[in-house]
Design a protein around this ligand. Structure first.
Ligand SMILES: [Zn+2]
Length: 463
């Protein structure tokens, strides 16, 4: 271990914390309404990318902004390129936060804010890791490039643009999941079913649950007619779902609010899906209705249940390396002439994505609906004995004293888009998963610890 790197991280820690706060305080959520030249994902994201690159330039690193789609900060002038894949966009901050989500306040040694752990905190930590290596004057023979993506939470358009324009790295890691090292990531399928309707149906007047496709929805509302408030309450009681609903009489009918527990779509079993919850109730209320929308909802409810593994849909599969398939019903919208439902599926590395797609398409026919693929990303798998994995393992063991196990996850990081890269931190084993959650924070001591690990690891990869 190079103690000089740890000493420099300690010396610049106050500055690192301030920089993390600066970056968190820029609300970098995808914003279609402010798209313009140089800001392909809206002004907030363009601003945060600029802010990061200015900090990097001030440190004496080589920087480049790729028309707002991505950017990088590089240490070293020649030799193989080792990539660090981070992102600066965040998911929206729903829920009741203890402090405003973009205020980046520190409470009891914890730095709160959307992006503190996913992925702005780790991005700033890696930037300061590069700074520490530069300041130390330790000899390096390769290049380390911190690549900053801007659309990771939506469609990965930033990193795709980057990969088209820039050379591919020799190897690398992404500080966007957990420690020790993730060498396998499940495949990802985002898709939707849509049902065209002639007119608004008399019983289900509106239905809406909208967050992000990779988030477990915690709220869905519906307005229904042809039933009374009492009917709805009785049905909820018989389903045993009382604590997940609110019912009130509205001008147009009965307004039902379905309340779930949000979370990351790669771990849907940790949340409670407000859309699936609502579908169960609507199917029970209108089980005898023979309209296209009622049939669509009944069929979905029957095949989704409250499951998160796709068993009743007939798509469940499982392997030793990465576990079982997961599915999240992410968004639903019903208006006068169309019903749309969007899903997020993560499938094990050894399973066949094409086969799953075929099954999903076949289901569309039974639903009387159209199937549309939004995106499909094949699984990631890097062989255990790659030399750079060994370097990360040794560094992790030296820095933490812990066993550097190799893991598989369902969450999608940039590693799936870039050959020969793995996830490395920032969440330590046993720590609560706070990405995409309300009250996301990073403990200051963890921020210090990860910066030291990243500095050591990057140095070991480029020495
Ligand atoms: Zn992330």
């Amino acid at each position: 271990m190079e103690n000089v790197l740890n000493e420099i991280v300690d010396k610049s820690f106050a500055e690192l914390v301030k920089a993390t706060q600066d970056i968190i305080s820029i609300k970098s959520v995808l914003d279609d309404s402010t798209i313009q030249k140089g800001a392909p994902f809206g002004l907030g994201i363009a601003q945060v990318l600029d802010a990061m690159l200015i900090k990097a330039k001030d440190m004496g690193l080589t920087t480049k902004n790729l028309e707002g789609y991505a950017g990088y900060a590089q240490l070293g002038k020649e030799g193989e390129q080792v990539a660090i894949l981070a992102h600066l966009d965040v998911v929206p901050a729903a829920g009741a936060w203890v402090v405003p989500p973009y205020s980046a306040q520190i409470v009891d040694g914890k730095l709160y804010g959307r992006g503190s752990v996913d992925d702005k905190g780790p991005a700033v930590a890696c930037l300061y890791a590069l700074k520490a290596i530069k300041e130390s004057g330790l000899p390096i023979s390769k290049r380390a490039r911190l690549i900053l993506g801007t659309d990771e939470e939506s469609f990965s358009r930033g990193i795709e643009y980057y990969l088209k324009k820039e050379e591919a790295p020799a190897c690398g890691f992404s500080p966007d999941a957990e420690f020790p090292i993730i060498h396998a990531e499940k495949g990802l399928i985002h898709f939707l079913y849509s049902l065209k309707m002639e007119k608004t149906e008399a019983n289900i007047i509106s239905l809406e649950g909208v967050t992000r496709i990779n988030v477990v929805p915690d709220l869905t509302t519906a307005i229904v007619a042809e039933v009374t408030e009492e009917d709805v309450v009785a049905q909820i009681r018989s389903l045993g779902l009382g604590k997940h609903f609110k019912v009130e009489t509205d001008l147009k009918g009965v307004k039902i609010t379905s309340m779930g527990i949000t979370g990351h779509a790669s771990l849907p079993e940790k949340g409670w899906n407000a859309i699936q919850n609502m579908l169960q109730l609507l199917a029970a209320l209108f089980s005898k209705a023979n309209t296209p929308l009622s049939k669509f909802i009944n069929y979905l409810a029957k095949h989704l249940k409250m499951e998160t593994n796709g068993a009743s849909l007939g798509i469940y599969c499982h392997d030793e390396i990465s576990g079982g398939l997961t599915i999240n019903t992410a968004m639903i919208n019903v208006d006068a002439n169309k019903a749309t439902v969007k899903f997020d599926i993560r499938y094990p590395v050894a399973c066949d994505g094409e086969e799953i797609l075929e099954k999903l398409k076949a289901l569309a026919e039974k639903l009387g609906a159209d199937f549309e693929l939004i995106q499909h990303k094949k699984p990631l798998y890097v062989e255990r004995d790659c030399p750079f994995i060994k370097v990360l393992q040794e560094t992790y063991k030296e820095c933490t004293g812990q066993e550097p196990k190799l893991l598989a996850i369902g969450g999608g990081t940039y590693c799936r888009s870039v050959q020969n890269t793995v996830s490395f931190g920032p969440v330590f084993p046993g720590q609560q998963e706070l990405a995409h959650q309300c009250n996301e924070y990073i403990a200051l001591e963890d921020l210090r610890k990860i910066t030291k690990i990243y500095a050591q690891a990057i140095y070991n990869l480029i020495r």
